[in-house]
Ligand binder design. Structure first.
Ligand code: HEM
Length: 436
């Protein structure tokens, strides 16, 4: 059989990260890839790029393919533009805002569970993956807008799914999807982008007319005035920010949760411990912000799930000036890639790496590992702004579902990875619900 890097072509086709993993196992932590890009895997090198030399390793062209969709929002901008946006958004992620967001999470999850009861009583199987996407979409919309814009959110999400093919695609797809390309697909793409733009502008304009107040994201953006010029954010900048947070904030958490349900169902001993903890801490009630520290094991399950199935399995930086990593010369304008999927499997930091073991994240064991051995949220000054939000959201969703149901994978349902902007289960996760 045709084999590449020690694994069969079929295996690698289903999961390109296995190919990177093989390269790292054979050739060490820094891999020079065809075309001049580099993949780095060792925690020390990741720390060097993301923290020590973060000003020399920028986002730049690494975001070019997704630029038409996300523009220059906080995830994809660099330099002063990035710093300014990070400062503007910071208050929306303060503790009191997260405590507020925790109420949104339990409310939206409660509604989803109510809707599940009929499916459960009929004993039907259901794909959990779109359920998690829908839920995360409701939560992020409420967090950002503090308003009922669910209809619009759905439309934005649908349109974004179309534009993702462009962002995650090959050069061929990019050519095909170029706005001036004659292929019919590009017209679909352009329409999707226009829809998204129109909706987002609309939502922002409505809030502006109502005179936005409070600490939510839109209010922060509308209230901003440049310290020197006094100018507000431009319409385009507002749109880029809203789009960016909308997608950074729901695709990722939803992917993490979809994988987590599969992993829990495969590990009954883990499931039993989650049930014990949830029953003991919550005793049947809805969780609130103060419960979070007590739901420690449930949170560890989420963390371990993001180790083996990181929602963002690879991200990249581009060098500004020449640099050196582990003796490798990195010329200017070189793409440096970091793959949590690969780093989270380095056996020197993660013994028996394929084993799903939430105890790896017990508080006393975290100290045993180098800081940058676990990077699902990146690290350094550009660490994910939403990580505390996501950890709270994921933990509460797991806890609330586990309070009511045991989820079992439909026997024989295939589980494979598919990487778009995030890594999702290619065929979904078909499960049956069993009331506890
Ligand atoms: C499990 C859930 C999540 C994961 C795995 C995740 C992962 C990441 C990663 C890997 C990055 C860095 C990307 C890069 O360097 O190219 C990032 C950045 C970011 N994320 Fe998240 N994220 C999650 C949830 C969220 C949520 C819920 C929000 C907002 C509500 C959010 C907001 C952001 C923002 C604003 C940035 C940009 C930070 C900066 O560049 O300064 N994320 N996230």
């Amino acid at each position: 059989m045709f084999r590449r890097g020690g694994r069969s072509f079929k295996e690698v086709r289903g999961n390109p990260f296995l190919f990177f993993q093989d390269l790292v196992e054979r050739h060490g932590s820094v891999i020079r890839l065809p075309g001049g890009s580099h993949l780095i895997a060792h925690p020390d090198h990741i720390g060097y790029v993301l923290r020590t030399r973060y000003q020399n390793f920028i986002k730049g062209k690494a975001f070019d393919t997704i630029r038409p969709v996300l523009g220059y929002g906080v995830v994809s901008a660099d330099g002063e533009l990035w710093r300014q946006q990070r400062r503007i958004l910071q208050p929306a992620f303060h503790k009191q805002e997260l405590a507020q967001a925790a109420k949104v999470v339990s409310c939206c999850t409660g509604r989803m569970l109510d809707a599940w009861s009929e499916v459960a009583s009929r004993g039907e199987a259901m794909d959990i993956s779109p359920q998690m996407f829908e839920l995360a979409l409701h939560i992020i919309t409420d967090f950002m807008f503090r308003a009922d814009v669910e209809m619009e959110a759905r439309q934005i999400a649908d349109s974004f799914n179309i534009t993702q093919a462009y962002a995650a695609g090959s050069l061929w797809k990019v050519a095909r999807n170029h706005p001036r390309s004659p292929f019919p697909r590009s017209r679909e793409y352009q329409r999707a982008l226009d829809t998204v733009d129109a909706i987002v502008h609309n939502v922002i304009d409505e809030r502006r007319e109502q005179g936005a107040s409070g600490n939510d994201v839109i209010a922060q953006l509308l209230a901003f005035r440049h310290p020197e010029t006094g100018a507000p954010l431009s319409r385009r900048q507002m749109r880029d920010e809203v789009m960016t947070l909308f997608f950074a904030g729901h695709e990722t958490t939803a992917s993490a949760l979809a994988w987590t349900w599969w992993l829990i169902s495969e590990h009954p001993e883990v499931e039993a411990r989650v049930h014990d903890e949830v029953d003991r801490v919550l005793a049947g009630r809805v969780p609130n912000w103060d419960d979070l520290p007590q739901l420690q094991y449930t949170k560890q399950v989420l963390q371990e799930s993001m180790r083996v199935r990181p929602p963002v399995p690879v991200y990249a930086r581009v060098s500004v000036e020449e640099d050196e990593i582990a003796g490798y010369r990195i010329p200017p304008d070189t793409m440096v890639m970091i793959s949590p999927y690969v780093t989270h499997r380095l056996p020197e930091f993660w013994p028996d790496p394929e084993r799903f073991d939430p105890d790896r994240f017990a508080l006393d064991r975290i100290q045993e590992r180098p800081r940058f051995a676990y990077v699902p949220f990146a690290a350094g000054p550009r660490l994910c702004m939403g990580r505390n939000f996501a950890l709270m959201e994921g933990t509460f969703v797991i806890a609330m579902v586990a309070q009511r149901y045991r989820l079992k994978l439909v026997p024989g349902h295939p589980i494979e990875m598919k990487t778009m902007a995030t890594m999702r289960p290619r065929h979904g996760v078909r499960m049956t619900l069993h009331a506890r």
